[in-house]
Design a protein around this ligand. Structure first.
Ligand SMILES: [Zn+2]
Length: 140
């Protein structure tokens, strides 16, 4: 955990431009923003992924992300819309292995895109959706 950059920020051992903090989380400006004003909401408790994080803390991260989103729209940050994004595991683009919620201000022509796989336009039939739902239900 000592080499976790987010833990260093939380313990004031590394610099950050803090937006918000409370006893559960900290929010600060991303040093490599997707767009200007990009914020990260980070739990004070070190947790690598969502499965390692108590759901109450996950819910709190979302609440703060929602609050920051509302503030962002009122601020002078260019913000016509917002993406909340959370990457869980490297395959999902997680690069810092301490859970964090991205709050990304969006505007027309900002260049940020989602690229879908080649099967995206091939809609699954209902039986496939039902099969996947049934499988997932067993693990909730
Ligand atoms: Zn950490």
């Amino acid at each position: 955990m000592n080499d976790c950059v987010f833990c260093k920020i939380i313990h004031v051992e590394a610099p950050a431009s803090i937006v918000y903090e409370d006893e559960i989380c900290l929010a600060f400006m991303d040093i490599q923003p997707v767009t200007p004003g990009h914020v990260l909401v980070v739990p004070r408790q070190h947790a690598i992924g969502l499965a390692d994080l108590p759901t109450e803390i996950g819910g709190h991260l979302f609440q703060i992300g929602q609050r920051i989103s509302a503030g962002m729209k009122k601020s002078h940050i260019r913000c016509e819309g917002i993406n909340l994004f959370l990457a869980d595991c490297a395959v999902a683009f997680q690069t810092v292995f301490h859970v964090h919620l991205h709050v990304i201000p969006r505007f027309a022509g900002d260049g940020f895109r989602l690229v879908f796989g080649p099967d995206y336009r091939n809609l699954p039939d209902r039986s496939e959706l039902d099969r996947l739902a049934k499988d997932l239900k067993n693990f909730l």
